[in-house]
Design a protein around this ligand. Structure first.
Ligand SMILES: Cc1cc2nc3c(=O)[nH]c(=O)nc-3n(C[C@H](O)[C@H](O)[C@H](O)COP(=O)(O)O)c2cc1C
Length: 211
């Protein structure tokens, strides 16, 4: 198979200035709801990119767990690699790609921690196994082998049982956007790209970018 010959035409929809919402959160809601209604798998999976203090970017998948006009929330370990990078450089990019809808959303902004109350509420809503795993695992740490992790999990299960409350090193981040781009694939690679830029005071400017 020749990878260079893999091609896809984008035919489904268009994205017009006249038809989009004035603020990107309403527009994101519309696209997100369409993705959910369409039964797309893991609609809330997104790539999170961070940059280390030395300028080295890194990316990984996380799950979007909430969004509103304040920003986009995900949860993780506050001592993980991403958390260490965010502590040194509290700026991040998020990327969502809904292949079936030929749509991409790019979000860039500064990052802040969610409140303890928000993190507690979300942690408490997770299945017991996930809560125990969050306590047992020091995310991004080197493990000599898998048995170490399994032993830690078994130990945590014994000690905490049903009462696994949120450890202080686990919680949420909110990406407060400065810019959000909506990309809709179009025929002949003449894609639609509308970029919302935060101009302050809750106002947004929309510009069209060349594909
Ligand atoms: C679909 C998918 C969703 C994921 N969601 C999360 C998440 O919400 N939070 C998280 O900490 N890790 C999540 N992960 C694991 C991360 O991709 C990553 O392995 C982990 O956060 C450690 O990253 P780091 O070492 O760069 O901090 C997910 C992985 C996949 C494939």
């Amino acid at each position: 198979m020749d990878i260079a010959q893999l091609r896809q035409e984008y035919m489904r929809e268009r994205l017009d200035e006249s038809a989009v919402a004035h603020d990107p959160f309403t527009q994101f809601r519309a696209w997100f709801d369409e993705a959910v209604k369409g039964g797309l798998p893991m609609v809330n999976a997104m790539t999170l990119a961070t940059v280390s203090s030395t300028g080295q970017p890194s990316a990984r998948m996380v799950l979007l767990k909430g969004f509103d006009a304040r920003g986009f929330v995900f949860y993780t370990d506050y001592q993980s690699r991403k958390a260490r990078e965010l502590a040194a450089n509290p700026h991040a990019a998020l990327l969502l790609y809904w292949i079936e809808l030929e749509r991409e959303v790019r979000i860039e902004g500064r990052v802040e921690k969610t409140t303890d109350a928000e993190s507690n509420d979300y942690f408490a809503s997770r299945p017991l196994g996930s809560r125990l795993a969050a306590i047992a695992s020091s995310q991004s740490e080197v493990l000599s082998d898998r048995s170490v992790l399994e032993a830690r999990y078994a130990d945590v299960e014994k000690r905490y049982g049903q009462s696994a409350t949120r450890p202080s090193n686990w919680g949420g981040y909110r990406v407060v956007p400065e810019a959000i781009e909506f990309w809709q694939g179009r025929p002949n690679r003449l894609h639609d790209r509308l970029l919302y830029e935060n101009t302050g005071g809750g106002a947004w400017k929309i510009v069209r970018l060349a594909p």
